[in-house]
Design a protein around this ligand. Structure first.
Ligand SMILES: [Zn+2]
Length: 322
């Protein structure tokens, strides 16, 4: 599960080598976060009509003081404990004139309060709960120690926080709310790869796999250890793969980038190897399944791919039967 403490833990090591190294590590991380947010934003917006829940796409990447250990991060939070880390060009936040280091004081008059997770999580929850599609979003921010009221006109997107994840490795994952892409994977991936990876994880979110697997009694701690669990997880993987090509097409990405990813050296590293968990299809099998889905179910030139043969599965129990 997501602990609300993404990415930054790797930076703790850097603290030992000083502020300059920490600043460099942070900038490398920010670069990946920016790229990921831009790729994911397209997928979240284009596929909003088939997502089970919505959120405003503000274009601000937030962070909070409680995500960092050490006083080196203090200068990022002179305007408040929740601050803007980055602004995506052309986004609602950019149009409204928001800037990195602005403090986020309130959303629709409510101040974020951390309850268990970080202040950043609380702020993200407020942004979602205080907004309905079509509404303006009223924010209070602090800049140069002065409070300001700002109105955003955000687009509607699928509700999912997409972020660079903590730790090493090449496995993207989602708990149904947060999609995490490890920095190592993001750095190695092209934009087309990244789109294919995010589309697969968004497929899990849209098809509500976390809920359906829990309802079926799958214990992720026993991942693939028993035959039934393995069948259920494999079914979820295949459903997410199939849906991913429709999500890519809706967002203006080439659906063929998904099978191409699994056939690439990076895709084979991500999904292959002797230690591959057999709950997951092999990279070759995934690429073939994706080819089949494109050939059999993707209507060329359609204005929107509703994937009516897949999306309704989210209301059905997951059985592991083909
Ligand atoms: Zn998956």
């Amino acid at each position: 599960m997501h602990k609300g403490l993404p990415l930054w833990s790797a930076l703790l090591l850097m603290m030992l080598t000083g502020r300059a190294a920490a600043a460099d590590a942070l900038e490398a991380l920010f670069a990946q976060d920016r790229r990921l947010a831009s790729v994911a934003g397209q997928l979240l917006e284009a596929n909003a009509p088939i997502c089970p829940a919505q959120m405003p796409l503000t274009g601000m990447i937030l962070h909070s003081r409680d995500q960092y250990a050490g006083d080196w991060a203090d200068p990022l939070f002179t305007q408040g404990a929740v601050a803007i880390a980055q602004i995506l060009p052309g986004s609602a936040a950019a149009m409204a004139g928001l800037q990195p280091r602005d403090g986020l004081v309130a959303v629709a008059g409510q101040t974020p309060v951390a309850t268990g997770a970080t202040l950043r999580e609380a702020a993200l929850a407020l942004l979602t709960s205080q907004w309905r599609p079509g509404d303006d979003l009223h924010l209070q921010i602090r800049r140069e120690d002065t409070l300001r009221e700002v109105v955003l006109h955000p687009a509607r997107g699928c509700r999912a926080v997409v972020e660079i994840g903590t730790g090493n490795g090449l496995s993207a994952r989602t708990d149904g709310q947060v999609i995490q892409i490890p920095q190592e994977l993001s750095t190695a991936a092209s934009d087309a790869d990244l789109a294919a990876i995010v589309a697969h994880e968004l497929g899990h979110v849209i098809l509500q796999h976390r809920l359906r697997l829990e309802a079926a009694g799958v214990d992720k701690g026993l991942l693939g250890e028993f035959g039934r669990n393995r069948r259920l997880l494999r079914q979820a993987e295949e459903e997410a793969d199939r849906l991913s090509v429709h999500l890519l097409a809706n967002a203006g990405y080439d659906p063929a980038s998904a099978p191409a990813f699994w056939r690439s050296a990076l895709g084979r590293r991500v999904g292959g190897g002797l230690l591959r968990n057999r709950a997951y299809p092999s990279p070759e099998r995934r690429a073939e399944l994706l080819d089949d889905e494109i050939a059999g179910h993707l209507e060329i030139g359609a204005a929107f791919h509703g994937a009516e043969h897949l999306v309704p599965l989210r209301d059905q129990p997951i059985t592991g039967d083909d």
